[in-house]
Design a binder for this molecule. Structure first.
Ligand SMILES: C[S@@+](CC[C@H](N)C(=O)[O-])C[C@H]1O[C@@H](n2cnc3c(N)ncnc32)[C@H](O)[C@@H]1O
Length: 305
């Protein structure tokens, strides 16, 4: 019997947002039809009602179920990004690898790269280690596609100081004599992405408490999918992934159970989308300057108290 299809709560020419539970929605999608899943799920940090589970066993069990559905719907060329604190993703990595390896037949193993999102501009109160990173699992099926050229970043100041130089005799890279020149598209994206976290007052910031920077999501979607591909975000939040998909001409499907956040997504996608780089696309040198400015502001606030 065909599965009942839910009506979207909001749609554009490229995508549809559904108000139903992510697990239920994923279970309704056809096998091997999706190019990329970008998931920023609850972290089980207990700060919001949607972020609370009975215990870590219940959280892991739920994670295995939604990732199992993702393994089923991803094409063999597909990828799954999972955002989270490293302490949480350490528990999810093996679960995700199992989920993506279960559908490719014998020997068709999924793989994983561990990406780090590093920021320096977050207020760090309290007596524990100050947090300046989160992680992103890049889980991929056996024939995954990655376009590094689509996610190249500006070269750093050191490289630009010596833009053209001969390759060292001992270098393992390139035939000699070989003169290294910068790639006109920029530097190869690395597994540490330095992008400021969103703070109150930034133009890009919405009322969603765990909104991800657009530049972070844009870079990952650009690298792991192509124009016209189908991207799913099961935990829509403020709709950052859908904005990235609209800017990059990807088709998209999203879920978000909270009616307030559904309205936020609809409003965000109804505004003219930025044609200039997102505010969070700050080059590393400016990120350091933003960090220093935040330190100055905090010192001033302390003085005023
Ligand atoms: C971590 S936030 C995502 C933030 C998003 N990446 C952004 O940039 O705004 C997770 C979102 O998932 C939603 N959510 C939680 N459990 C869900 C479920 N089972 N199905 C669908 N949405 C869910 C929450 O309401 C929350 O808005």
């Amino acid at each position: 019997m065909p599965q009942r299809r839910e009506t979207p709560v909001f749609a554009t020419q490229l995508g549809s947002l559904f108000g139903e539970d992510a697990l239920l929605h994923l279970s309704r999608l056809d096998a091997e039809t999706v190019d990329l899943v970008f998931a920023d799920p609850p972290y089980n940090a207990g700060r919001e009602a949607w972020d609370s589970f009975a215990d870590s066993a219940a959280y892991l069990d739920w994670s295995a179920r939604w990732m199992g559905e993702v393994g089923r719907i991803l094409k063999p060329s597909g990828s799954l990004f999972v955002c989270g604190f490293s302490e949480v993703l350490a528990d999810l990595k093996a679960v995700g690898l199992r989920a993506l390896s279960s559908f490719g037949g014998p020997g068709a193993n999924a793989s994983c790269r561990w990406l780090v999102w590093h920021y320096r501009n977050k207020a760090n109160l309290g007596r524990d280690w100050g947090r300046s990173h989160e992680s992103i699992l890049h889980l991929r099926r056996e024939k995954f596609v990655l376009d590094v050229d689509a996610a190249r970043v500006p070269y750093n100041a050191h490289t630009l100081r010596y833009p053209v130089h001969p390759q060292a005799e001992s270098s393992r890279y390139g035939k000699k004599p070989y003169v290294w020149q910068p790639n006109p598209l920029g530097a190869k994206p690395r597994d540490v992405l330095e992008i400021p976290t969103l703070t109150n007052g930034m133009r890009e910031k919405t009322l969603h408490p765990t909104q991800k920077p657009l530049e972070l999501v844009r870079r990952l979607v650009a690298a792991a999918s192509a124009p016209g591909d189908l991207v799913i975000d099961p935990f829509g939040g403020s709709g950052t992934t859908f904005v990235a998909c609209e800017l990059l001409s990807r088709r998209w499907i999203g879920c978000e159970t909270d009616p307030g956040y559904q309205a936020l997504i609809a409003e965000r996608l109804s505004q003219p989308l930025a044609t200039t780089p997102a505010e969070s696309a700050t080059p590393p040198d400016l990120a350091a300057e933003a960090d220093r400015a935040e330190t100055r502001r905090r010192a001033q606030r302390r003085k005023l108290r």
